[in-house]
Ligand binder design. Sequence first.
Ligand SMILES: Cc1cc2nc3c(=O)[nH]c(=O)nc-3n(C[C@H](O)[C@H](O)[C@H](O)COP(=O)(O)OP(=O)(O)OC[C@H]3O[C@@H](n4cnc5c(N)ncnc54)[C@H](O)[C@@H]3O)c2cc1C
Length: 390
Amino acid sequence: MTTQNIKTADQMYFTKEHDLVRKSVRDFVKKEIAPNLDEWEETGETPLHALFKKMGDLGFLGIRYDPKYGGQGLDYWYELVFLEELAHIQGLGLPVAIAVQTHMATPAIYEFGSEYLKETYLVPAIAGDMVTSIAVTEPGAGSDVSALATTAKKDGDHYVINGSKTYITNGTQADYLTLLARTSDDPGYHSFSLFVVPTNLPGFQVSKKLDKLGMRSSDTAELFFDDVRIPKENLIGREGEGFIYQMQQFQHERFSAIPGGYIVAKDIIDLTLDYIKGRVVFGKPLIKRELLQHRLAQWLTEIECLKSLTYHIVQMKMAGLECTREISMGKLKAAKVLQGVAADCIQMFGGMGFMNEALITRFYRDARIISVGGGADEVMCQVIARLEGF
Ligand SMILES: Cc1cc2nc3c(=O)[nH]c(=O)nc-3n(C[C@H](O)[C@H](O)[C@H](O)COP(=O)(O)OP(=O)(O)OC[C@H]3O[C@@H](n4cnc5c(N)ncnc54)[C@H](O)[C@@H]3O)c2cc1C
């Protein structure tokens, strides 16, 4: 691309082919998600099988995956386009539910799984024929993943799973879970293994559907495993390497959260601008108050910084560089920007910002998730500090 052809900053990064993918995701969100979203928020559940099938048919669930498995074989810029457009869904429930399928439960199968696992579980996930969940967190182990107590004991040609998992997104609807369990009592990180666990096996139970502050269109569950026998072929990669695989899988999950930071924050600002342009207080529209203008200008600056960091991360990924440090910083910053914008903007709505009929309340509630899900802010700081050698 020559510099003469560049008319907007986005054209420095995206080509016409990227724009086509962007348009098809945007059209899908507009046509298939937006008209149903309020109802799904209300009922606390989205029919994921029907939705994912439509997304699978359009190739959305395997943007980066090899065409051999039904993926599109596209690069990280296309992945970013996909995530940016998903973030325009008005609320974080569905973008997270979809990212579980594309960025949380399937990357380890793709990167470390056998051909059998890819054919049996990755292919249907990409096609939208199966719904997936990632099952790591337990009642006694969240930030400290190594504290998990669910066991997978070898018994002949099987592993037998016992224990429980909690806060599992898509958990009431999943056909299989990508599950981290303890395969040894030894201390250290080589005592864990990652498995594909089908949910139609005896001994598996959705013990509770959880009621949440936000992300209400996404279902979240507590799961229970009582002697669930899975074939030994359902082990992902090598026994004892699951913790390492999961730490790598977390990088996809954490990256998927970052575009939501600047896209949703900007959407919130646009929503707020619409309101404060029309809201007259002390004789003039609120938008004319310099205090509010500066507040929004400062957040727009933060949004631009976060977007630049994200594009920098994509460039690093394209160059094949390790970017755990930058992804951790990006997720941390995304949480701060999104919550800061949501808090300042909801204030500009006055009493209306306390009414559930106002969309801003959904954004305000949902914004909390980035500071906790996929690793809390403090865990991101811990990773950054470790990589800095503190
Ligand atoms: C809506 C939702 C969906 C989720 N979906 C999934 C899912 O699909 N699959 C899954 O496996 N998990 C899921 N989770 C779990 C999520 O990853 C965990 O909640 C998260 O990792 C934090 O673990 P915890 O809740 O046990 O908090 P804890 O580990 O108990 O930590 C509590 C708080 O302590 C602070 N803290 C933690 N470590 C430190 C530290 N080192 N220094 C200082 N402060 C610290 C943090 O502020 C943290 O929020 C989901 C959570 C939510 C809320």
